[in-house]
Design a protein around this ligand. Sequence first.
Ligand code: GLU
Length: 312
Amino acid sequence: MNRPVIGRFAPTPSGRMHLGNAFAYLLAWLSARSRGGEIQLRMEDLDTLRCTEENGECIRSDLRWLGLEWDRETPPQRSRTAAYEQALETLRGKANVFPCWCTRGSLNLVNAPHASDGHPIHPASCREASEEERRKHKTPPAWRLEAPDLQVSFTDGVYGPYEENLKDACGDFVLRRADGVFVYQLAVVVDDGEFGVTEVVRGCDLLSSTPRQIYLQQLLGYPQPAYFHVPMLTDREGRKLSKRDADLDLGVLRQRYGPETVIGLLAHACGLLDRFEPVRAEELIPAFSWEKVGKKNIVPESDGITGADNGT
Ligand code: GLU
């Protein structure tokens, strides 16, 4: 199949961009650009309380500073409610979408947290509730999709074959919350599908979300993109670097280093450069290959840009 390559950056503008985000965007950009592909930018701002336009502007500025430019920005998720509503209607016609009044607390009482993502597996009780029981509730429900007894498998471009039984490993999952907000799993599938994204490059913490997204794509009739889940950034002790490590956000890094240093550090840490040297992102395009990027955790170390070197 020879579709033109369309990749995307899908930041959540709830804070400043972190070195870990920059790493995933660098690889998304190189993967698309090395095959003449397009890059889209999309603000995943469903969480309207935490996401701000100001953070979005910082992210755009950080991407430009890193030399990771994009070809078009597709509409932010907060403006896409009508599209998600339509998708929900389509899903109602194809699968079992049912109302659920469970709270997070009540679910935790019923089930041990699920190993892969810490979420409890939803019990079948809501799905099997009668119309009469449903009518007793006075507050709006969340809407869940029944997870079928279906083995979903795909081959990740970095992690290789991955499979999951939706019913056993994930359980019935929420599409729209009780407050009316659509969830990431639905929004990401509708947006990637509608805007023609052919490859998804993102952190490996989202690997276990992919079977749900593939199932939604199948129900909604979207083609399945290629998936590349990239390793997490860690310190030397294997601790994940996260937004909490404020000294690794782009605001701080931009004050201390040039973009070539940050790109060179990431490229060296993941195997794209044999030794650390400052480099522009576009200089990495000709020799880029996913085969050089391993599954091992990435420990970014050079000139003290590392979680392990800070404050210890
Ligand atoms: N919005 C997510 C993030 O910022 C990425 C989701 C995705 O790439 O599918 O981590």
